[in-house]
Ligand binder design. Structure first.
Ligand SMILES: [Fe+2]
Ligand SMILES: [Fe+2]
Length: 371
């Protein structure tokens, strides 16, 4: 390259740097003003300590998602976590893995830590944290054999779930990718078709003190439903973080999104391994096939294929790649709201709740990477 060309390129870079800096300044002022009415550019101004409106919007949507995750995981923990009393429901979950109560408690701790961290980080940047307490209106489980469960109000509904199980097949496919428009059948079609509870709604479904296996078929069906719901939730988080990371501008915010997103992946991987151990049964309309059976079992259903099968990524011109899927970023926050709504998680929630959540999703989806 000739010297003159280098000079021209340098000046072009300089111009775009200035332009981007001004755009970033404009975007950060608004966030700075949210906290205390003072402009963001004070005497101790430090660009590294500020985040753009887009980054704040992404973190706010993720904070809301984490609050909702915490709420549902708390319900599972109260009924089957490490400190929950023995019951047929807990025993049913232990059929999927002896460590299920520990995993349930720990997943709950993780979600709470995500929620508290993201909100604290937003506040540290002068951005508004997310609070959903006004929407805590739903009745949860009405069991009275475990104290203090029935009286609590919830944000999420775990008693009328329609659990999508297509992620099971999606991660086992070697030639399809949802980002390229491919769709996948459900591994447990009946679970994705009706409305089922993933928690005991009453003492009869809880069976307090029961550790004898096999547990009642209906109670085991509830535990199986929970087992698949755990993985459904966490595969959603896995894709959500990977997708939104592509819209983040600030490197520290990117670090947060990648680091928290990584734990969602760890959760998903654990849960999909356990879901494969769901006890085969028929409970009314709900049928759990034996996914551990050797034959005849297509690879897209086989329970021990828990590592992501290499598949087409970005374009068919590249070799197959083992990846998280989907990771397309367009409209992903609103997509997450739709998926959780279709799951039945918000049945009984108010129109205000949906409006609040949709606004957060819209703002997150409008975020653009500023470089
Ligand atoms: Fe989380
Ligand atoms: Fe999660």
């Amino acid at each position: 390259m000739k010297q003159s060309e280098i000079a021209i390129r340098k000046s072009a870079n300089r111009r775009s740097f200035l332009k981007n800096s001004l755009a970033a300044s404009a975007a950060t002022v608004g966030v700075g003003l949210l906290s205390n009415g003072l402009p963001a550019f004070g005497a101790d101004h430090d660009r590294d300590r500020e985040i753009s409106e887009g980054d704040a919007a992404i973190l706010r949507f993720l904070a809301a998602a984490e609050i909702l995750e915490t709420d549902l995981w708390v319900q599972y923990t109260e009924l089957a976590g490490q400190d929950a009393p023995d019951s047929g429901y807990k025993t049913g979950l232990i059929q999927l893995d002896g460590d299920m109560p520990q995993y349930i408690s720990d997943n709950t701790d993780d979600e709470l830590s995500h929620e508290l961290f993201i909100n604290a980080y937003l506040k540290s940047k002068g951005a508004k944290p997310v609070d959903l307490e006004q929407f805590r209106t739903l009745e949860g489980s009405q069991v009275t054999d475990i104290p203090n469960v029935a009286s609590k109000k919830r944000l999420t509904n775990l008693t009328e779930l329609t659990v999508d199980t297509s992620w099971w097949v999606r991660y086992r496919s070697d030639n399809k990718n949802p980002d390229l428009g491919d769709t996948f059948p459900n591994a447990i079609p009946t679970l994705a078709a009706g409305k089922f509870t993933a928690i005991p709604r009453n003492n009869a479904e809880l069976e307090i003190g029961n550790t004898i296996v096999p547990v009642d078929t209906h109670v085991q069906a509830i535990a199986n439903t929970a087992g698949f719901h755990f993985a459904f939730i966490e595969q959603g988080g896995t894709s959500l973080y990977a997708s939104l990371a592509q819209r983040v501008s600030n490197v520290e915010v990117l670090r947060i999104v990648l680091s928290i997103g990584g734990t969602e992946i760890m959760h998903f991987q654990t849960w999909q391994d356990k879901a494969g151990n769901a006890i085969p049964l028929t409970d009314g309309a709900l049928v759990f096939p034996d996914l551990t059976a050797d034959i005849p079992q297509p690879e897209t259903l086989q329970s021990n294929l828990i590592m992501p099968e290499p598949t087409v990524f970005l374009s068919k011109k590249f070799p197959p790649c083992s990846i998280i899927r989907p990771t397309a970023t367009k409209g992903v926050a609103m997509g997450a709201v739709k998926a959780l709504t279709a799951d039945g998680l918000f049945i009984g929630q108010t129109p205000d709740f949906f409006e609040f959540l949709r606004d957060l999703a819209e703002e997150a989806d409008e975020a653009r990477r500023e470089i």
